[in-house]
Design a binder for this molecule. Structure first.
Ligand code: AMP
Ligand code: GLY
Length: 408
């Protein structure tokens, strides 16, 4: 976002930022609102564009409401669409948004959930209610797996918590991300994340190991079905419930034989979807954001660049486990082909060196006229970037083209 907004002509500061983004300020946390306010006042900042979910869920938009600093991102109430799976499921149900069947439990009803999971032959998805950085979801294929997921849930969380059991759906997934003022929405290109750690969609869920856009099978017919059954009812719901929602709205969708179904909302750009969507966006993001805040979004048109964008995540070995070593120097960035974009994630600078500082270290993005060209280009270049125990999933953008079942 900083890269795109800078290209759009903005002067950008990033709090806290990382080892690769110019004007990063690692000393300021994104949830320390008084510190953010002082920073904005000292530097003449008039617009805050929020990246991650935590400051939105903590109410950064509400904090600055009524001041002359504008915030692009929903209020705390709007952020509940992401921060509570139970609440967002109820919202979907209230407004007729197509989604999986589900059952809601509190932690004192684990035995009931166990019985339900067994009744459904373990073909369930267990979802922790709160924010969990993409790691609160267990997709199960047997009674044993479902019981193990419920065991894990119980071990991970102390005190009261809520969770959902969902019917397990199947079909290809697509991420649809829009910019909305709560009344209208402008959609970016359809994209696909690769949430599981290992090639072939195996292994544990992560925050996302790579993404590409646009998605060839997500054609106008599919998009029309998504609009009718998911996007439009969501917007009507936001209006009905009078949410102040000005920001990105992300629809995580599965294309099932019964039509598109919504798996989740996010109230922000996806990561690593953002890293492919923003290079693909020809229009000025700054103008779209300003139009949203000014109430003129309906007069805007979104232009996309031609071709395909593929982003692969360079992750720390051991991710997404709770602990793994970081602090390793990253080399080879200066040898990348100039057409490759290197977006830093979990990096930091120390004594002039760039070091790893978390799980998803960076995303390299390549472009090509065909999807395959973009894939080959980015993987060739990714070999140049090195740090100890680097892990790259090998099949980003290479899922076989699905045939969409059903006649929706
Ligand atoms: P979520 O955070 O709710 O999007 O879930 C993370 C991932 O779990 C999704 O991208 C899907 O791959 C998978 N998932 C979530 N819900 C379901 C479901 N009802 N059926 C099958 N897979 C699901
Ligand atoms: N890539 C999915 C997410 O950002 O939640």
């Amino acid at each position: 976002m900083a890269w795109k907004l800078t290209r759009d002509g903005a002067t950008v500061h990033v709090l806290p930022g990382n080892g690769g983004i110019p004007n990063s300020h690692p000393e300021i946390s994104a949830t320390d609102f008084p510190a953010i306010q002082s920073f904005c006042e000292a530097n003449g900042v008039k617009l805050i564009v929020v990246g991650p979910e935590a400051p939105l869920a903590a109410g950064v938009t509400d904090y600055f409401a009524g001041s002359d600093i504008r915030v692009f991102g929903p209020s705390r109430a709007g952020a509940t669409l992401e921060s509570s799976k139970v609440w967002s499921k109820d919202f979907m149900r209230r407004h007729g948004v197509a989604t999986a069947m589900s059952w809601q439990y509190r932690s004192d009803k684990l035995e009931e959930a166990r019985a339900k999971a067994t009744e459904l032959d373990g073909q369930v998805v267990v979802k922790y209610d709160g924010l969990a950085a993409g790691k609160g979801v267990y997709v199960c294929s047997s009674i044993e797996e479902a019981q193990a997921a419920l065991d894990d849930l119980q071990q991970q969380h102390t005190g009261w918590f809520s969770f959902l059991l969902e019917e397990k759906l199947s079909g290809p997934e697509v991420s649809i991300i829009g910019i909305t003022d709560g009344n209208r929405v402008r959609l970016l290109a359809p994209s696909q994340d690769h949430k599981q750690l290992l090639a072939g969609d195996q292994g544990p869920n992560t925050g996302g190991m790579g993404a590409y856009c646009p998605v060839p099978f997500c054609d106008d017919n599919v998009l029309a079905a998504i609009r009718t059954s998911i996007v439009d009812p969501t917007l009507l719901g936001l209006q009905n419930e009078q949410f102040d929602f000005k920001g990105f709205l992300y629809f995580g969708i599965m294309l099932t034989p019964q039509g598109p179904k919504l798996l989740e909302y996010n109230v922000r750009l996806g990561d690593p979807e953002a890293e492919v969507l923003l290079p693909a966006l020809e229009s000025s993001l700054l103008e779209l954001i300003e139009a949203t805040l000014d109430g003129t979004l309906q007069q805007t048109v979104v232009h996309q660049r031609r071709g395909y964008y593929v982003g692969v995540v360079l992750a720390s070995g051991g991710y997404p486990a709770a602990q793994f070593p970081t602090g390793f120097p990253i080399t080879g960035l200066d040898q990348l082909h100039p057409s490759i974009l290197a977006f830093h994630g979990a990096t930091r600078q120390q004594d002039g060196e760039i070091l790893t500082s978390g799980g998803r270290v960076m995303v390299l993005v390549g472009h090509g006229n065909e999807l395959e060209d973009a894939v080959n280009h980015v993987y060739r270049e990714a070999e140049r970037v090195k740090f100890k125990d680097v892990y790259i999933r090998t099949d980003i953008g290479q899922r076989p083209e699905p045939t969409l079942a059903g006649n929706w």
